[in-house]
Design a protein around this ligand. Structure first.
Ligand SMILES: Cc1cc2nc3c(=O)[nH]c(=O)nc-3n(C[C@H](O)[C@H](O)[C@H](O)COP(=O)(O)O)c2cc1C
Length: 259
């Protein structure tokens, strides 16, 4: 006599087998796709660095373009000097979690709400005819819901913005997520980080529309409407990374022709 397909034993067996097969498929996909995922992540980082530097990568071999145009180095934030990556250093994000590779920020220092900074950070340079043309710096800090990660590119005066953009965040689409709006990003090129003779960042987002030519307009960018908290976060993260606990020492050295 045929066994009862609706018995509890059969139902449980089929369910368990189905779970086993599905978990094998998902695990295999995760393992097999890991390399592709890492490669895509690296490619995305390179695209974002090129985009901040206003180097058009559309329709081009991004790896080749990046290798041709960008010089990647590492900088000790305290001394502002170029260094080799310390042993055990994989990337800045992981280094910031490792006590031996990072520094805890005091509450007054931590305006970007990031708790710790990696002691050594990557920087990217674009040279033209053997002279510095642009420098691209990684920045991150807390918005409303998430840490925003991006790149800020400066001209060789080490003060004028070439481009700015985030490659990772979880702010609300349409509100804080408007940091990705090309119209908003287009407000950044030409803005200045520091006032003449100072290394205290003056740049920041302000409510309303910045009128070109108005007093201090070169330091002001329109805040995102309906997203004051994200906007404040963006101001603070830019000010942090351009300040004394960020890249100011490096930029000072670079300006003096030494690093
Ligand atoms: C569902 C939801 C999502 C929100 N997302 C953001 C956001 O991503 N960034 C932000 O600054 N404010 C966001 N807000 C609004 C803030 O709660 C707050 O009201 C706003 O920052 C005030 O900005 P305003 O003065 O420009 O209106 C969100 C509000 C709600 C209800």
């Amino acid at each position: 006599m045929a066994a009862n397909n609706d018995s509890i034993g059969r139902t449980v067996t089929v369910t368990l087998l189905l779970c086993l097969v599905c978990s094998i498929i998902v695990s295999a996909a995760a393992v097999l796709l890991k390399d592709t995922q890492l490669k895509n992540k690296d490619l995305d980082r390179k695209k974002n660095i090129l985009a901040a530097a206003k180097i058009d990568y559309q329709g081009k071999d991004v790896d080749a373009l990046f290798n041709e145009k960008i010089i990647a180095k590492h900088v000790d934030l305290k001394t502002g000097k170029y260094v080799e990556k310390p042993s055990g250093y994989k990337d800045a994000k992981r280094a910031a979690k490792e006590p031996s590779l990072s520094t805890e920020l005091t509450r007054e220092q931590d305006i970007a709400s990031i708790k710790r900074t990696a002691n050594v950070m990557p920087v990217y340079l674009v040279n033209k005819d053997d002279a510095l043309e642009k420098v691209i710096l990684p920045v991150h800090g807390y918005g409303l819901w998430s840490t925003l990660y991006g790149f800020l590119a400066l001209e060789n005066d080490l003060n004028t913005v070439v481009g700015f953009g985030f490659y990772s965040h979880a702010e609300t689409p349409g509100l804080g997520g408007e940091v990705d709006n090309p119209k908003w990003k287009a407000l950044w090129p030409g803005k200045k980080i520091y006032a003449e003779g100072s290394m205290e960042p003056k740049i920041g987002l302000v409510k309303g529309t910045v009128v070109p030519g108005a007093p201090n307009a070169e330091f002001k960018i329109d805040a995102l409407s309906g997203a004051t908290l994200t906007s404040d976060g963006v101001t603070k993260l830019v000010q942090f990374w351009m300040g004394g606990n960020g890249f100011a020492n490096f930029l000072t050295n670079l300006k003096a022709g030494e690093s």
